[in-house]
Design a protein around this ligand. Sequence first.
Ligand code: HEC
Length: 174
Amino acid sequence: MLTTKIARLAPNALLAVLAGGLIACGGGDAAPAEDAPPAAEPAPMAQTAGIDGATEYTTTCSACHQANGEGMPGAFPPLAGSDIANNPSPDRMIAIVLKGLQGPVTVKGMEYNGMMAPWESLSDEQIAAITTYERSSWGNSAPAVTTEMVAAVRAKVADRTTSWTMAELEAAIP
Ligand code: HEC
């Protein structure tokens, strides 16, 4: 009875001791590391699991676009019901978040002519979470955005140093 319990506990305990020892001695040979893959390699999900799109939106975007996504008429365009937010492809929206937008843009029949700053300091994970939230909130129902989609647009527009005009954006991302 007792021996069975020890036998059950032993592998985990051993792993913990082993992992602890590895950290304590600052790495060591490659060979022992093979014994502890579960601890060394986090699941892919963990990369985005800690990031909540709603929270990120509140922190970064809602001061202008408002908590309800309606923006402010004449000053900040709405994301609720906007063509860009509801486009099946998220690429233009990602590009706007990365580089900002300036000059005339018509959203839901109202013209805006303002300036949105770039947010390229946000990670791919943060932008994926924010845009996914915006594309699925306030009546919007566009497909989710992955970190890979953000990374691809980031690479594509990497050379750009100024905010987009709508004409430039439409030319860059047809
Ligand atoms: C300081 C105010 C401000 C903040 C913060 C801001 N925006 Fe904007 N945003 C604007 C303005 C102003 C425009 C319109 C620019 C123009 O007139 O060319 C705009 C335009 C847009 C557009 C295109 C038009 C539309 O409504 O579809 C999108 C998409 C957008 N913003 C997304 C975001 C996202 C996502 C964030 C957060 C990461 C964000 N914005 C943060 C001010 C802001």
